[in-house]
Design a protein. Sequence first.
Length: 119
Amino acid sequence: MFFRQLTLMVRDLESSVGFYETMTELAITRRIKDGEADIAFLANQDGETTVELVCTPGTQKFEGKGFFVSFLTDKLDAMHDLAQAKGLNPSTIRNPDPQSRYFYVYDPDGVSVQLKQIM
């Protein structure tokens, strides 16, 4: 068994797609409309990680508290620089032990996204 997909209810689909494409390097694999909902699926190159973004007018959105999503990267410093250049106010890079480094940045809806590098 493995974790397949995370679904997030978002306020602005285009802003959220732009954030996840930039900061997690996921790419849109498909977009659909289901009633009033606009939905975008983003995945990594191998399709093993999927984030579904759903924008439906008038529905409750995630409040962004007590929750974070972690993505592994092999270019943590470059991603931190990119987050700074985009004005996303990333946290400082933390190095809690010799095996890992990470930082946090918030998506447009307040979800805390961790980018992590394992040494």
